[in-house]
Design a protein around this ligand. Structure first.
Ligand code: 5AD
Ligand code: SF4
Length: 472
């Protein structure tokens, strides 16, 4: 029997890239590839890239520099290594990659990765292959489902893409260009995916999309379903203990989503809802299509529906034209809301976006100091939020064994890591934990006796979200 070929995939950026990487692994598994953790023994290396900010984007070229040496070394040993660049840099700079990096065999955009096997075949017969079209067919119809073993190996928490692309065109953002127009998957296909995941031990589902609450997929009744309606359907699937969604846009929080938070205990009371700035002038220049007041009202509606809800957000500092006064308005908003955590970024001009042509740029020094000030404030809120959990008994979904012997690690409703000493049998269960101490960002505690109905205790009014979120 022929030995399986090996695939190494490295993903940068958002949750959707993590999900896409798994789907590429599933696609190549059908071609006889198994995943390897190292580059050195790989027959195929895929870089699944991110274009959201300049720093993320440039990583691809430095990584390709290193891969050139590994590929040459493999060739000296009589082994061919193929290199593919996928993801948003592939979409935005496909031809540039082909020109700048002769080491690359295949360039494939995010909407075409179901064509990866054909592209590799074309590269081996014709030298190199590039595909960055937005094909008319839906890639999800062509992607093979993950095999049961693969699902189990990936753990009890899984992402599922329900929506892709964005029609909002915030002036700083490349997503509408790299991921394309907004498209929602039909409910039946999403349900089929979640049923398969649940059958193979997945207990937590995060529905993902660049603008997930703009979801408007075809329902089994022939009508268009909103995210709120989809969440109700997912909550009915046996075995699914927790549901999350990411990333939402404040404008698309509708009554069905608010009602889902009111009615579905499995829907976690932790929402990532980026606001980007606390200044109306800047929000307008960003083409966010909402004011600070609109955003506050959305949070109020969600809080009224579920008292223990906590929020995280994304912020950009140093958007062109941002004055000290605009920035202070952002600090004031953060102070007022009280976040459980948030991401903040220095504005990075992206080629082809309207903001990249704006003249009133903010100096690098000014951006640096604003970022520090904002992050200090956010860190203090996050610490207070985590501290407030001490002494409380909170539900934890256990995910894996920890680094120390006997330690099992899970997450609270707010994605805070929580550690207990217990048997690995508890992996996959949601159990109450009495929180005793906080070590950096992790809560340490002991399993508490189950007490039936107990709400997720709101720590303060509001964990560090896990990997970088996508879009909105
Ligand atoms: N510069 C800095 N941050 C950006 N983001 C998106 N585009 C840019 C940019 N050009 C941030 C936004 C978004 C998050 C995913 O990345 O805050 O919500
Ligand atoms: Fe769309 Fe979000 Fe990018 Fe705005 S920031 S264009 S809503 S993905």
């Amino acid at each position: 029997m022929k030995a399986p070929r090996k695939l190494h995939i490295k993903s940068y950026g958002c949750q959707m890239n993590v999900y896409d990487a798994q789907r590429m692994v599933d696609t190549m598994a059908n071609e006889g590839f198994v995943e390897t953790a190292t580059v050195d023994d790989a027959d195929l290396v895929i870089l699944n890239t991110c274009h959201i900010r300049e720093k993320a984007s440039e990583k691809v070229y430095s990584e390709l520099g290193r891969l050139r040496i590994t590929k040459e070394e493999a060739a000296r040993n009589g082994r061919r290594m193929n290199i593919a660049v996928a993801g948003c840099v592939a979409q935005a700079e496909g031809n540039e990659i082909i020109r700048r990096a002769p080491v690359v065999d295949v360039v494939v955009g995010p909407q075409s990765y179901h064509h990866l096997p054909q592209l590799l075949a074309r590269a081996s017969s014709h030298g190199r292959a590039l595909e960055t079209e937005f094909p008319l067919e839906d890639k999800f119809g062509f992607l093979p489902p993950p095999k049961p073993d693969a699902i189990r190996a990936r753990g009890i928490s899984s992402f599922v893409t329900v929506q892709e692309g964005c029609d909002k065109f915030c002036t700083f953002c490349v997503v509408p260009y790299t991921r394309g127009a907004e498209v929602s998957r039909p409910v039946a296909n999403i349900v089929e995916d979640v049923l398969r995941l649940a059958d193979n031990g997945v207990r937590e589902i995060t529905l993902i999309g660049q603008n997930v609450n703009a979801y408007h997929g075809e329902g089994p009744d022939g009508r268009v379903w909103s995210l709120g309606t989809l969440l109700r359907r997912i909550a009915d699937i046996p075995g699914i203990a927790r549901i999350r969604y990411s990333t939402s846009h404040p404008r698309d929080v509708d009554d069905t989503l608010v009602a889902a938070h009111r009615d579905l205990p499995a829907l976690m009371p932790f929402v990532h809802l980026p606001v980007q700035s606390g200044s109306d002038r800047i929000l307008s220049a960003m083409n966010r299509r909402h004011t600070v007041e609109d955003y506050r009202r959305v949070l109020d509606r969600l809080r009224a529906a579920r008292q223990d809800i906590a929020f995280s957000s994304d912020f950009i500092v140093g958007f062109p034209g941002e004055t000290e006064e605009d920035f202070r308005a952002t600090l004031a908003l953060v102070t007022q809301i009280g976040y459980a955590g948030a991401y903040s970024f220095k504005y990075s001009p992206r080629p082809g976006t309207p903001a990249a042509d704006m003249r009133e740029t903010v100096s690098a020094a000014e951006m640096d100091q604003r970022l520090v000030r904002l992050q200090e404030l956010i860190d203090s809120q996050q610490s207070a939020f985590n501290q407030a959990a001490i002494g409380n008994t909170v539900d934890v979904l256990f995910e894996r064994t920890g680094r120390n012997p006997g330690q099992i690690v899970g997450r609270t409703a707010y994605l805070q890591p929580a550690h207990v000493l217990a048997s690995p049998d508890i992996i996959g269960q949601v159990l109450p934990v009495k929180i005793e101490t906080l070590e950096r960002y992790s809560l340490l505690g002991q399993l508490a006796p189950s007490s039936g109905a107990r709400a997720n205790t709101p720590a303060y009014r509001q964990a560090p979200a896990s990997p970088m979120t996508t879009g909105a």
